[in-house]
Write a protein that binds this ligand. Structure first.
Ligand SMILES: C[S@@+](CC[C@H](N)C(=O)[O-])C[C@H]1O[C@@H](n2cnc3c(N)ncnc32)[C@H](O)[C@@H]1O
Length: 217
C-alpha cells in the first residue's frame, strides 16, 4: 500500500497491478500477459505509458470482452493507475510496472496483441536523448512481431518533432505497416482525439495534435 499521487488516500492495487519482479525470469522464455485474465482467450490490447490510466478506465468499460494491459515505468503513475482500476473493479484491465520497450522486445509472445496504444509518449526533445523514445527501429520490429496481421499500432502526440520521428519510422518500415487515418476510440469525448489526461492538459494550452494508425501487414 502507498499514497503518492492520491493525496493521502491509501492506494491498494492487489490483484490489479504487478511489478517486473513478479514476472518469471526472462530466461524461461516468453511471458503471456493474457494468462493474467479470467478469459485469456479474449482479444488483448496493450497501452504503453498509461500515466494515470485514464484511457484504460474509459475504454475498457466499452470493450468488456477485451483484455487490456497498461505498462508504466514511473512508480507513482503505475500505483495511481492500478489503484484506480481496482476501485473501478475493471476485471479486464491490469497494470504492469516495467519498461515497456523491454517487455515488448524480450517478453511478449508473437502475435499476442491486437491493438497497441501509444498516446502522448515522452518526446525526449534533445537529440542525445532520442534513444530513450519508445519508438525506435528495434521497437518497430518488435511491434510487428507481437501484433498479428491486420492489428493496429495507434499513435497520438502533440509534439511536432516526435511526430516527424513517427512519420520517418512509418515510412522506413512501410514493408511492415500500412499507414491509415486514426479513428477516435468510442471513449473519446466531444472534440477529443483519444481523451487521455495529457490530451486534456495540452488542449487547455491550445496545442494541436497529430495521430495515425499503422496497420500490421
Ligand atoms: C507524457 S506521459 C502520457 C501519459 C498518458 N498516455 C496520457 O496521455 O495522459 C508519458 C508516460 O509514459 C511513461 N513511459 C515513458 N516511457 C516508458 C516506457 N519505456 N515504459 C513504460 N512507460 C513509459 C511515462 O512514465 C509517462 O507516464
Amino acid at each position: 500500500m502507498s499514497f503518492g499521487l492520491s493525496r493521502g488516500r491509501e492506494q491498494d492495487f492487489a490483484g490489479f497491478g504487478l511489478d517486473r519482479e513478479d514476472l518469471p525470469p526472462i530466461a524461461e522464455g516468453p511471458w503471456d500477459p493474457r494468462s493474467l485474465f479470467e478469459h485469456p482467450d479474449r482479444p488483448f490490447e496493450l497501452e504503453i505509458g498509461s500515466g494515470k490510466g485514464t484511457f484504460l478506465v474509459q475504454q475498457s468499460g466499452l470493450q468488456p470482452e477485451t483484455n487490456f494491459l497498461g505498462i508504466e515505468w514511473a512508480g507513482e503513475f503505475f500505483r495511481y493507475a492500478a489503484d484506480r482500476i481496482r476501485r473501478h473493479d475493471l476485471s479486464n484491465v491490469r497494470m504492469l510496472h516495467d519498461d515497456a520497450s523491454e517487455v515488448v522486445s524480450h517478453r511478449l509472445p508473437d502475435a499476442c496483441c491486437r491493438v497497441l496504444h501509444l498516446y502522448f509518449s515522452d518526446p525526449w526533445p534533445k537529440s542525445r536523448h532520442h534513444k530513450r523514445r519508445v519508438m525506435q527501429d528495434t521497437t518497430m520490429k518488435a511491434f510487428h512481431r507481437i501484433i498479428p496481421p491486420g492489428g493496429e499500432l495507434r499513435l497520438v502526440t502533440d509534439h511536432d518533432d516526435l511526430w516527424s520521428w513517427y512519420e520517418d519510422h512509418a515510412a522506413r518500415h512501410a514493408d511492415l505497416f500500412d499507414r491509415e487515418v486514426f479513428e477516435r476510440p468510442a471513449s473519446a469525448g466531444e472534440g477529443e482525439v483519444v481523451g487521455t489526461n495529457f490530451e486534456r492538459k495540452f488542449r487547455r494550452e491550445g496545442r494541436p495534435f497529430h495521430a495515425m494508425t499503422l496497420r500490421r501487414r
